[in-house]
Design a protein around this ligand. Structure first.
Ligand SMILES: [Zn+2]
Ligand SMILES: [Zn+2]
Length: 470
């Protein structure tokens, strides 16, 4: 019988960039295909300001040579690596050997760049699995110009569906995270069972999904739990504040919309389409119209055309949306009517503007034209550009705009992780997606700390969990 083994290409000792290969016999699955946010390069991400991005057209070469993605040529579009010296790539991994499998398939848990940045460069022959709503969001992101498309063969999976690899199965389990459709997996090879959470949180709108994941893991008697640990601090005794729940966050947003006299600028991630929907619905309910930056509007429209399951019958689906004409680029097909900055400025108290950094210059017109001055509000809601960003701060001060930060993050509090570990009670736990995995309280469960590039048999991880005198 073949032994299942894990190879850790990314997510070890770093926040994001999870790339773990599980293989058994001739079959393998690589879970997640991203690049860490703070590696040498920031993966191309239009929601961030001036990232040190890869050189257009050379992204994959730079990810590979920089050791930021698995050095397995079969995963990549052959055209993109035909002139690349793979020996140099292997050299950046210390020239070590990696296991070879007849077929490697990909699972993409969610649409944050640290989990999917390499997808556009995947080999067209590679099979890719993703949860339904993650795929809908991806279609929106491609159409909105937030990521290139992929030629790889995507299979859209239902929540809880099981993919059979022959040597093992992989069940897709939808979780809660601030990227729509996020999912984890449960791998079952008959002789051992591994659960991977992906990125997750308890403070979101769907803690019941986390409970369901825990129950599924308990029922299956998971041997090895792989969880994220993004929020862990260097000091294990650090008392991290708990985040507000999504319900509290939305209620604070509703209060701001209620009380604001002027325009409301709202900066949020269009990868969290449920929050976007809730914020649209609240704006409409409070008598405001929704105007949007063009690429956000395209993502919203396209993802919804794919029938996002999470937004079935959501009141925001019927909302009237207009696109700020100054944000429409030449080649863009816009799905809604446009509106000018002048029209918005005339009736500032009638709009919520789903704004995208760095369009701050719009404020010069919006805040000086029309009658209402000095009463606008700017909300930053879990966006990468914060209120204290020098340019944002300068504009808010210049125009007397009140700033608000409405954030609860997408990641689990260390106490929530400890609770999950305790309830699942696996034989061993691995904390990835964290700079300080050793800070996690594992409630007495054996913690295994893989090294980047390490290949290890699952049985050996589990054996290391046994008391030494047995
Ligand atoms: Zn992540
Ligand atoms: Zn994420």
């Amino acid at each position: 019988m073949h032994n299942g083994q894990l190879t850790f290409f990314g997510g070890v000792g770093e926040s994001g960039g999870v790339q773990v290969l599980y293989g058994k016999g001739e079959q393998a699955v690589l879970f997640d295909f991203g690049v860490e946010h703070s590696s040498l390069l920031f993966p191309k991400q239009l929601t961030l300001y001036e990232p040190v991005g890869a050189t257009p057209g050379r992204e994959l070469r730079q990810f590979l040579l920089g050791g930021m993605t698995a050095p397995l040529p079969e995963l990549y579009d052959p055209q993109l690596i035909q002139t690349l010296d793979m020996a140099k790539v292997r050299h950046s991994w210390g020239d070590r050997d990696f296991p070879h499998y007849e077929e490697i398939r990909l699972f993409i848990g969610h649409m944050h760049t640290d989990h999917m940045a390499v997808l556009p460069y995947a080999n067209p022959d590679v099979a890719v699995y993703m949860n339904h709503d993650t795929h809908s969001l991806y279609r929106g992101m491609v159409e909105g110009g937030h990521t290139p498309d992929t030629a790889a063969r995507i299979t859209v999976c239902d929540d809880l569906s099981v993919v059979n690899f022959g040597e093992f199965t992989m069940q897709i389990v939808e979780m809660d995270h601030n990227a729509t459709g996020s999912a984890g997996i449960i791998i079952d090879s008959g002789d051992h069972k591994i659960a991977y959470t992906g990125d997750w949180r308890r403070q979101g709108k769907h803690p019941e999904r986390i409970d369901r994941f825990i129950e599924l893991c308990r029922d299956k008697q998971i041997d090895l739990l792989i969880t994220e640990g993004t929020r862990l601090a260097a000091d294990p005794a650090a008392d991290l504040p708990s985040q507000m729940t999504e319900v509290e966050l939305l209620s604070q947003y509703a209060d701001i919309v209620d009380e604001a006299g002027g325009l409301i600028y709202l900066q949020m991630s269009p990868r969290d389409l449920e929050r976007m929907a809730d914020m649209i619905a609240i704006a409409v309910e409070k008598g405001r119209k929704v105007v949007m930056e063009a690429s956000h509007a395209v993502i919203w429209h396209r993802a919804n055309r794919e029938c996002l399951r999470i937004l079935e019958a959501h009141p925001a689906l019927g909302a009237d949306i207009q696109i700020v004409d100054a944000t429409v680029t030449d080649r863009m097909q816009v799905p809604y009517k446009t509106i000018s900055l002048e029209e918005i400025a005339e009736r500032k108290n009638k709009y919520v503007y789903f704004y995208k950094f760095p369009d701050l210059a719009h404020m010069i017109e919006l805040e000086t034209l029309g009658d209402l001055q000095g009463s606008s509000h700017f909300i930053q809601s879990d966006y990468s550009v914060k209120l204290d960003h020098a340019d944002v701060a300068k504009y808010l001060k210049t125009f007397g705009i009140t700033g608000h930060s409405l954030c609860n993050g997408g990641h689990a509090h260390p106490d929530a992780i400890a609770d999950m570990i305790e309830r699942i009670a696996p034989q061993a736990v691995i904390t990835l997606h964290s700079r300080h995995p050793r800070s996690q309280n594992t409630k007495g469960i054996h913690a295994y700390f893989p090294q980047k590039g390490e290949t290890v048999e699952v049985t050996s991880i589990l054996a290391s969990a046994l008391p030494k005198d047995m």
